[in-house]
Design a protein around this ligand. Structure first.
Ligand SMILES: Cc1ncc(COP(=O)(O)O)c(C=O)c1O
Length: 400
C-alpha cells in the first residue's frame, strides 16, 4: 500500500462540519434539532448581487480571469478597504481568491519555510484552520490564549513572551471566531508597540467579520503606520454579503500581492469569473441587504445574550461583533455532572436537540478559563428563544 504523507494525515478540520454531519444524521432519523453550529448567515444573498451573478452568466463571463482577479473587483476591494479602514491600497495591492480561507494558507506559505522551525503565533480559541494550515505548511504553531477576563483578548505581555527570532507570522482575528470578541484601537496600539521591536514579523489580520462590529467602528492593525507594509489584510464577501457558497475573498498587501497571485496560479487559477462580477456589485452596489443583516445580527445578539444569562449555570459575555457568543458553561457542567464542555455539548444535542460546538473544536482549552460552547446566532429569533429554553430545561432537569 503506498504511503500517505504525514502532512495529510495530520491535517486538521473544521469540526463545525463534523458536528453538522452528526446533526444531519439525527435529522434523518426524524429528530427535531435546532442547530447553532454553522458560521454562515441564514439570509439569502441580496437580490442585486444575485442579479449581477445572473447577468455575468448571461453576458458570457465564462472564461478564466487573470489569477489576481478582474481589475474592476481588485479596484472595488481596494476602495472598500481604504474607506472602511483608512488605508491606501491600489488595485494592484489586492488579490482575489475562492474565499478568504485560501489566504490563510497563502500567507503562511509566503512567510515561513518548511522544516525551518519558523513559528506562527495564532489566537486560541480560534478558527481551527489556522493551526491546521500552520502544521501542514511545516511551521510551528504557537497558540496565544484569549482570556474571558480580558473580554476575549490576549494579554500583550503574553504575546511579547512568545515572540522570538523564529517568529515569522502573527495571525490576528477581530471580530473573532469563536468568541465574538473585538480588538479595540487601544488594544491594537499596545500590540503595535510590542511588534515595533520585532520588525521581521508579518501579520495576517483576518478581518472577515469587519462589517459586523456593533458598538465601535472597526480598526485594522494595518492602519498603524509602522504596520501597513508588513500586514496582510484578509477579508471577503462570505459573511458581510451572505455569499458563503459563492466563494469569494480577497487580501491586500503591497509587498506580497505578486506572491499571492503566483499561489493562486499554482492552485485555483482564479476565482470564479461569475462570482467576481457578483462581488463587484456586493462591494460597490446598494448596501441595503448588508445593512439589514447587520441590524438583525445585533438584535439577535442582544436577544441571545439576555436569554443565556438567565439560564442557571451559564455566564455569557456580550461580544462586540461577528455572529457568535461563547458562554461559559463551567458551572452548568458541574450542576449536571458533565465532565467537560464536550460531554455537555453531546448531551445537549442528544437529550434536548440543541446543536452547538464545544471549545475543543476551536483549539486547546485555555488554562484556568473554564469550559465554553459556541452558539452561532445566524438563526431566527424563534429558534434562538426555543433553543435557549431547551437548554434551560435540560440543565434544570438534569441538576443533581
Ligand atoms: C475567522 C474566519 N476566517 C476565515 C473564514 C473563511 O471565510 P470564507 O468562507 O470566505 O473562506 C471564516 C469562516 O468561517 C472565519 O470564521
Amino acid at each position: 500500500m503506498p504511503v500517505i504523507s504525514q502532512r495529510s494525515s495530520q491535517l486538521g478540520t473544521e469540526n463545525a462540519f463534523v458536528v453538522l454531519a452528526e446533526v444531519g444524521e439525527l435529522q434523518r432519523l426524524g429528530k427535531n434539532i435546532l442547530s447553532f453550529c454553522i458560521g454562515m448567515p441564514d439570509f439569502p444573498t441580496p437580490q442585486n448581487i444575485q442579479d449581477a451573478g445572473v447577468t455575468a452568466i448571461q453576458s458570457g463571463k465564462h472564461g478564466y480571469t487573470p489569477s489576481a482577479g478582474i481589475l474592476e473587483l481588485r479596484a472595488a476591494a481596494a476602495n472598500f478597504l481604504n474607506q472602511t479602514r483608512g488605508l491606501k491600497y491600489d488595485a494592484d495591492d489586492v488579490v482575489v481568491a475562492a474565499g478568504a480561507k485560501p489566504f490563510i494558507m497563502y500567507s503562511i506559505l509566503a512567510t515561513t519555510d518548511y522544516g525551518e522551525e519558523h513559528e506562527v503565533i495564532y489566537p486560541n480559541p480560534g478558527f481551527p484552520i489556522y493551526e491546521s494550515q500552520i502544521k501542514a505548511s511545516g511551521a510551528v504553531p504557537v497558540p496565544l490564549h484569549l482570556r474571558e477576563s480580558r473580554g476575549f483578548n490576549f494579554d500583550p505581555a503574553d504575546l511579547e513572551s512568545k515572540l522570538n527570532d523564529k517568529t515569522r507570522l502573527l495571525i490576528l482575528n477581530s471580530p473573532q471566531n469563536p468568541t465574538g470578541g473585538i480588538v479595540s484601537k487601544a488594544e491594537l496600539a499596545s500590540i503595535v508597540e510590542i511588534l515595533d521591536q520585532y520588525p521581521n514579523v508579518w501579520v495576517f489580520s483576518d478581518e472577515i467579520y469587519s462589517q459586523l462590529c456593533f458598538e465601535e467602528s472597526f480598526s485594522s492593525i494595518a492602519s498603524f503606520p509602522s504596520m501597513t507594509e508588513r500586514t496582510i489584510v484578509g477579508d471577503g464577501c462570505s459573511k458581510t454579503w451572505a455569499m458563503t457558497g459563492w466563494r469569494l475573498g480577497f487580501a491586500a498587501s503591497k509587498i506580497l500581492s505578486p506572491i499571492f497571485t503566483k499561489w493562486v496560479t499554482n492552485t485555483e487559477s482564479c476565482a470564479s469569473h461569475i462570482t467576481q462580477w457578483a462581488g463587484v456589485e456586493a462591494l460597490t452596489g446598494d448596501q441595503e441587504g448588508a445593512d439589514m443583516m447587520r441590524s438583525k445580527f445585533l438584535e439577535r445578539r442582544d436577544l441571545i445574550v439576555g436569554l443565556l444569562n438567565k439560564v442557571p449555570g451559564i455566564n455569557c459575555l456580550n461580544p462586540g461583533g461577528a455572529f457568535y457568543v461563547w458562554p461559559n458553561v463551567t458551572e452548568a457542567c458541574d450542576m449536571i455532572g458533565a465532565k467537560d464542555s464536550e460531554e455537555f455539548r453531546q448531551r445537549l444535542l442528544h437529550e434536548s436537540g440543541v446543536a452547538v460546538l464545544a471549545d475543543i473544536h476551536f483549539g486547546r482549552r485555555v488554562p484556568d478559563d473554564g469550559q465554553h460552547v459556541r452558539f452561532s446566532y445566524a438563526a431566527s429569533n424563534e429558534d434562538i428563544i426555543e433553543g435557549v429554553a431547551r437548554m434551560d430545561a435540560f440543565i434544570r432537569q438534569n441538576t443533581r
